[in-house]
Design a protein around this ligand. Structure first.
Ligand code: BYC
Length: 312
């Protein structure tokens, strides 16, 4: 067996690939791409929700939202660490984000216009994220799989807080009910796009399935999500903005309407409603942190010089 066959055999046998194991260069590159884009999504994902921390309607809601946004920062850090084990530095990854070379999830290029959007993000966006991420706990690369276990535990709290927030609004005044429905209407279609292009238009799915980086295809996960949400929305007494959404007894799945892929590719290509704002926020945060990095490096260098002198 050559190195590549041996590698595939391990993957087939469900043996995790670890950083020091031999791996095909394309496997390494695919993982760097996916894990770093995932990390960037967590960090950029803090922005639309962070927007509402100062305006949360009660202390309880504010504490929950702060905790959630802080969790997303943590997720980003576990993921950057997992990607670093593949031989890329954190600075390189940041640079790829800031120069537009690396993507982050399309969903975070939409604005959060009302408080109900915080609920819709928790329920729909984190709901979609969980469905996509639970199978990643079994992904073939060890550090990514282990990072995802903790991420998923926290994401399930996120989804529940979003649903509970919307449930409260859905039982409130007419204005609150209207705000709840409006948020669902705006976030529904972009949430479906989070799963990525249809399988026949997805360049990476087939290979990633073979390497067991992905365990389900984009379309399989999207369908699971639709089946789940189409039931949960009934508890909220709200509707999803899709006239074609209907249970199909033969398929045992919900049928659904056409996704606007033109919009998806526009957003992915940098032309969504908030792309510029999101990237500017990240670039400014990086520039504003320069003095901290300089001070930390100067301190570390001084400490090292002292240790070297003492050792001599
Ligand atoms: N947005 O061949 P495909 C979260 C790109 S949740 C932007 O299917 P792949 C959070 C794709 O990168 C969100 N770009 O690719 C939740 C590729 O372009 P490149 C993050 C997208 O990788 C709540 C091209 O389209 N989750 O963080 O096999 C609060 C072709 O696609 C999108 C993850 O990242 C998109 N929606 O499958 C806070 C999960 N979809 O790279 C935070 C891990 C596709 O060739 N990632 N593209 O230039 C994955 O599971 C997979 O990477 C995807 C895409 C399913 C997203």
């Amino acid at each position: 067996m050559n190195l590549e066959e041996n590698f595939q055999q391990k993957v087939d046998d469900e043996i995790k690939i670890e950083p020091k194991d031999w791996m095909p260069e394309k496997y390494r590159q695919t993982l760097i791409r996916q894990i770093s884009q995932h990390a960037h999504s967590e960090i950029v994902g803090m922005l639309p929700e962070g927007n509402w921390i100062t305006r949360a309607p009660s202390l309880r809601r504010k504490a929950i939202l702060i905790a959630k946004v802080q969790d997303e920062a943590g997720h980003g850090l576990y993921l950057y660490s997992a990607a670093e084990t593949l031989g890329i530095s954190r600075d390189e990854m940041y640079d790829q984000l800031h120069t537009g070379k690396a993507k982050y999830s399309s969903i975070f290029n939409y604005p959060t216009l009302t408080w109900a959007d915080i609920g819709a993000i928790g329920w729909l966006v984190d709901g979609a994220a969980i469905l996509n991420q639970i199978p990643l706990c079994r992904t073939s690369f060890g550090p990514y799989a282990r990072a995802m276990v903790r991420v998923c535990k926290e994401e399930s709290f996120h989804q529940r807080q979003g649903f509970e927030l919307l449930l409260t609004l859905s039982q409130g005044t007419e204005a609150q009910k209207k705000m709840c429905q409006d948020a669902i209407n705006r976030w529904w279609w972009p949430s479906l796009m989070m799963f990525g292009p249809n399988d026949d238009a997805s360049p990476h799915t087939a290979q990633s399935m073979k390497w067991k980086i992905k365990r389900f295809t984009n379309d399989e996960l999207r369908q699971k999500f639709i089946d789940m949400i189409a039931e949960q929305v009934k508890v909220l007494n709200m509707t999803l903005p899709d006239d074609e959404l209907k249970w199909n007894e033969e398929r045992k799945h919900y049928d659904f309407g056409k996704i606007n892929w033109e919009e998806f590719w526009q957003v992915v290509g940098g032309n969504g409603p908030c792309n510029k704002q999101r990237l500017d926020a990240r670039k400014n945060a990086w520039a504003d942190g320069e003095w901290v990095r300089e001070a930390a490096t100067a301190y570390a260098e001084k400490k090292l010089a002292k240790q070297t002198t003492n050792a001599a």
